[in-house]
Design a protein around this ligand. Structure first.
Ligand code: 16G
Length: 246
């Protein structure tokens, strides 16, 4: 129940109680939640206050609203650490999910100046550009556009990447061991094509990730641009404070 005698706004108290129901799995993923009217009667508060709590939970991705159907408990976001160099296949397998991929586009081109610079190759050295939708348990999780120097992929067969782990193929077929990477994460809005390919609700922000991956010799072999729907992912990092010198 809510406490009207403490200086914590009622909508916020309601929000905390609803989050607790989700965390304790009293309300499970996909369950419909009670209507605004039912919640306002149960907690003795106005429908406006209920709506404020629900709106925030929708914005935080804990609930989803389906037009004409109601409000449901959302799938928990995938929580991805930012300190290990892993592949999508490894990440999903570790979570007990089935990873897969389908190719949206694959082509051989000359790199733009910025891609040539990232990969430390000449602008006359061709690259393979591979665009894939990555799925976990058949749900699209990311759109990845990978740029790979062609010179590192002798005897390339473009179809070999269909549904497979790129890092797996690079390791077994080409002897390229992913060793280190530099990653930049930004927030953005998806294009109409990304909304479609990722089966997203319009106006949902995305995380745009750029990664340059290097082999053990420190040579870059991959430049990737990825789009991750903001309602499916969150990132975390463990931080250590510098110890003062002296
Ligand atoms: C991850 C990497 C991507 C890499 C892919 C290989 C990020 C942002 N991206 O998704 O750079 O190409 O894994 O995965 O983490 P795969 O071996 O399953 O194809």
């Amino acid at each position: 129940m809510l406490n009207k005698n403490i200086p914590v706004p009622l909508y916020f108290q309601l929000k905390q109680q609803l989050v607790e129901k989700i965390e304790k799995k009293e309300w499970k993923t996909g369950d419909p939640i009670p209507s605004e009217r039912e919640l306002s009667e149960k907690y003795g508060i106005s429908r406006m206050t209920v709506r404020q709590a629900l709106n925030e939970l929708v914005n935080e991705g804990k609930l989803i609203r389906e037009k004409g159907k109601g409000t449901f408990v959302a799938k928990p976001k995938i929580s991805q650490g930012l300190y290990r160099l892993t592949s999508f296949t490894e990440d999903m397998a570790k979570r007990g999910m089935t990873p897969s991929a389908y190719i949206v586009d694959v082509s051989v081109k000359l790199p733009s100046d910025s891609v040539a610079e990232e990969l430390k190759i000449k602008a006359t050295s061709p690259i393979l550009i591979l665009t894939r939708v990555r799925l976990a348990d058949n749900k699209p999780m990311a759109l990845e556009t990978t740029h790979l120097p062609l010179v590192r992929l002798p005897g390339l067969d473009k179809e070999q990447f269909e549904g497979k782990s790129l890092y797996g193929i690079l390791q077994t077929k080409y002897g390229i061991e992913p060793y280190a990477a530099t990653q930049i994460i930004e927030v953005g809005m998806p294009t109409a094509r990304e909304v479609h390919l990722l089966d997203m609700k319009p106006n949902t922000p995305v995380m745009l990730i750029e990664r340059v991956t290097r082999d053990i010799q420190g040579v870059p072999f991959e430049y990737v641009k990825s789009v991750y729907p903001g309602d499916r992912y969150k990132f975390y990092a463990d931080l250590l404070r510098d110890v003062p010198e002296g």
